[in-house]
Every structure is written in structure tokens, then in C-alpha cells.
Design a protein around this ligand. Structure first.
Ligand SMILES: [Fe+2]
Ligand SMILES: [Fe+2]
Length: 254
């Protein structure tokens, strides 16, 4: 089974990169999963952004700490293949896992959010994912860890690696050069990277984002424009485990 995971799609540049490049990649994969938490101008997922991601070839959309920033998501979560983090409190709309199928095999995709520096008080991502992995039948499991702290992503990889095929990190928006395998056999990458504006501060317009640091006061948020990139990671799943992990990066021509 060949799976592509596309990192946080950010604003119009991210949607443009997806529209321009994902259809070319589509035939090479059985399943495509896309993080869409920043698709609507950097904050949340609107119906129109959702449609664009699906039209370009996404089978499943995942979210993150921006999951509920756009009101459209409440309706989308009722019917569409979208997941938010599993470790939200009980009663949160939507669900934290989804089972995809390809060639008669089942891929369980689950997302948890970290507890370090995320500005939220969610449940323990370690025990929450552990319980779900034991409960939902699957051939392969892909755990997306939406977290700020590198240490927390590695800790989850070491804690759960013998029960998952791969752990892919998202949220920091910068593609990391550590894609490989942990000693417990799980494929691992700390961050898949962003699909969005290249010249930006993690997707945000440079001037407005700089203001936060320089003034230490809230500044209006603006998504950056300009040339886009697509960051994604390819996983090959075979004989019960992940046998290949390969990060990809595509840049919109000048
Ligand atoms: Fe993000
Ligand atoms: Fe995030």
C-alpha cells in the first residue's frame, strides 16, 4: 500500500500548490491524506477549501489546533472524511480516527495533539492513542502527532512504535530531515512540513508576524501570499509494516 501524507495546507498558496501538483501525484498512491487545519487563510477549514482538497485527490483530511477556527467545520465533520485530534474532551464534534481501505487492507489513521506549548488542555496523547490502537481493528496504523515539541513527538514514537506502522509529525510547518525508522520498527518523521507560501513565517505574512515578536502585543494575523511549496511524505506499507519513508518537496515554478 502506497500512502502520501501532505503537510499543513496553508491559505490560498497552499491550496494552489495542492491544485497544481497533487493531481500529478495521485496515480502513484493508493491513499492520500492531507492536513487541512490552515487551509482557510491560515485558520481552519471552510467548505470551499475542503472541496478543493478533495477535488485534487485527498481521501482524508486531518485538522489540528486550528480545527474549529472556521464554523463550516461543524457541518463538514458530520458527513465528510475529516478527523480532528483524538484527545479532545468527550462530546467534541467529529472523531479522532478514520479507517481507510486499499487492496483489501485497512489503514487506521489517528491524530493526537501534544500537551506541550499548544495552549490547550487536552487528554494524555500517549494513553489516548494506546487505547484506540487496541480497540480499532486494522492492518496498518498511521499516527499523526500535531505538536510543538520535538521531544514529545519522539517520546510518542518510542512509546507506541511497536504498535504503529508510522508516526508523522505536523504543526511546526518546517520539514525535518530525520525521516527514518525507530529501533522499534516504526517509520518516523518529526514534521512533514507545510504546503503553503515559501517566503513567510510558518505561513504568516512576515511583517505582521514580526510585529508580535517586536512589540510583544497581539497583532492582526495575515496569511502570506506568493510562491508556494508542497511538502509531503510518502510511506510504503507492506507485510504488516512500513518499509519505506520518503519526504517530498515541490516548489511552484517562478
Ligand atoms: Fe498547521
Ligand atoms: Fe497546528
Amino acid at each position: 500500500m502506497r500512502v502520501l501524507f501532505v503537510g499543513d495546507v496553508f491559505g490560498d498558496p497552499g491550496l494552489r500548490a495542492v491544485a497544481l501538483h497533487l493531481p500529478d501525484l495521485r496515480p502513484s498512491y493508493d491513499l492520500i491524506i492531507v492536513n487541512g487545519e490552515n487551509a482557510h487563510h491560515g485558520k481552519g477549514l471552510s467548505k470551499s477549501a475542503y472541496k478543493k482538497l478533495r477535488n485534487a485527490g485527498a481521501d482524508l483530511i486531518t485538522l489540528g489546533n486550528h480545527a474549529f477556527d472556521h464554523k463550516d467545520v461543524y457541518e463538514l465533520l458530520k458527513t465528510e472524511p475529516i478527523i480532528r485530534a483524538l484527545n479532545y474532551p468527550p462530546g467534541t464534534p467529529g472523531q479522532g480516527h478514520w479507517v481507510l481501505e486499499a487492496g483489501g487492507e485497512q489503514l487506521l489513521v489517528l491524530q493526537v495533539m501534544g500537551q506541550v506549548d499548544m495552549g490547550l488542555n487536552l487528554y494524555d496523547p500517549f494513553r489516548t492513542s494506546e487505547a484506540l490502537l487496541a480497540e480499532v481493528p486494522h492492518d496498518y496504523a498511521l499516527l499523526e502527532v500535531h505538536a510543538e515539541a520535538t521531544s514529545e513527538k519522539y517520546a510518542l514514537g518510542y512509546y507506541l512504535g511497536d504498535r504503529i506502522s508510522a508516526l508523522l509529525g505536523t504543526h511546526t510547518h518546517v520539514q525535518t530531515a530525520d525521516a527514518g525508522f525507530l529501533p522499534n520498527g516504526a517509520a518516523f518523521q518529526c514534521d512533514v512540513g507545510m504546503t503553503g507560501p515559501i517566503h513567510s513565517i510558518i505561513g504568516g505574512e512576515i511583517e505582521s508576524f514580526l510585529g508580535r515578536f517586536l512589540t510583544q502585543r497581539p497583532t492582526p494575523f495575515k496569511a502570506a501570499a506568493g510562491r508556494a511549496m508542497l511538502c509531503a511524505t510518502e510511506l510504503v506499507l507492506e507485510r504488516g509494516r512500513c518499509i519505506q519513508i520518503r519526504p517530498l518537496r515541490w516548489e511552484e515554478p517562478e
